[in-house]
Design a protein around this ligand. Sequence first.
Ligand code: NAD
Ligand code: MG
Length: 381
Amino acid sequence: MVTSAHRMGVALLGATGSIGTSALRVLERQRDRFAAVALTANGNQQALAQLEDIWSPAYLGLVQEDVEAPAHWGRGPTSLVAAATHPDVQVVINAVVGAAGLDATLAALRAGKRVALANKETLVMAGHLVTKAATQFGGALVPVDSEHSAILQCLAGRRPDEVRRLVLTASGGPFRSWSAERIAEATVADALKHPTWQMGSKITIDSATLANKALEVIEAHHLFGVPYDRIDVVVHPQSIIHSFVEFVDGSVLAQMGVPSMELPILYALTWPERVPDSGVPSYDPVAQGALTFEAVRHDAFPMLQLGIEAGRLGGAAPAVYNAANEAAVARFLDGRLRFAGIARCVASALETLADRPGHTLDELQAADQAARLHVQDHPGE
Ligand code: NAD
Ligand code: MG
């Protein structure tokens, strides 16, 4: 596909996933502004071949190497970097799940591209390296996560010293009102029933444990430079208010809208501009009815506090938290760990590995690997 001069070239990493599919709907409606130049998938060759027919992108990449694929496609984990640094690409939507997205985020930022980041694990694992790359090479890091998009919209260029507090909202997940005893025995099917969002399985489990909110607190810390003691979480089951910013004079701004990832995806592409046709229906306050708020039940959801503490510790601790969580969630989804075992494995990994150094990418990757091994070998009880 030839990218016409006035259209921005987009690389979409994780094009076959939940965010990837929403992003393609956004690109479809914004065809006069954006062109899909590069698309990648992990192992779903058929789905990627269908996208090639529809979009005719210049570059396709399939990460899994043991799957058959057309000879002209890029192959292996390096195909993510090749897509992200393609010369016709100006914006990279990173919608890969997990630490696997890190190299591509760094490579895109170092090539001066805008990264529209859904892949929050990247920022959690290597926050200082990613934020440094975002400022050094003329690129930009713009969040896709709805909470961070909300905060970005509320901040609207205000200075950090005008901000008193960020308040991230959390739906509370499927176990919001369950007892801790019942949560401990929750099945995979129970945990995959998210009340307000349709998402990939890993983030859906993270929403059930509230690990997702811990990842988001760390993400907010790095994106907006706000210390941890000025980032709060409140449960808001309707997912209409996507987050709040409280300013030093006590004024509180919220960003609202019906739950849809298409608006934050579009905003990450066009920020700081707003353009028509996000695909999001109007918010009707009367039809929606009451908006409610609750405190987080930390006793029932230990993963939130564990993650925030890892963030405060810094060094390799957030990378350990993230990798241990990824490994534990995979074990839970495989039926090899009880729901309560996720927090046990992650707490144990942090006890053993949190004080490892985390200055360089090598150190962070070593901590990530050690945490995955730790969880594999953990009894889970
Ligand atoms: P998903 O599982 O639906 O999709 C993941 C995509 O990444 C797929 O295209 C898959 O092929 C690809 N992928 C998976 N493993 C990979 C690997 N090892 N290497 C390369 N590619 C790989 O997940 P999702 O729900 O779309 O989430 C993607 C990211 O966006 C996650 O970081 C998640 O936390 C974040 N996010 C998702 C939502 C949402 O509504 N789904 C909201 C906010 C943030
Ligand atoms: Mg979110």
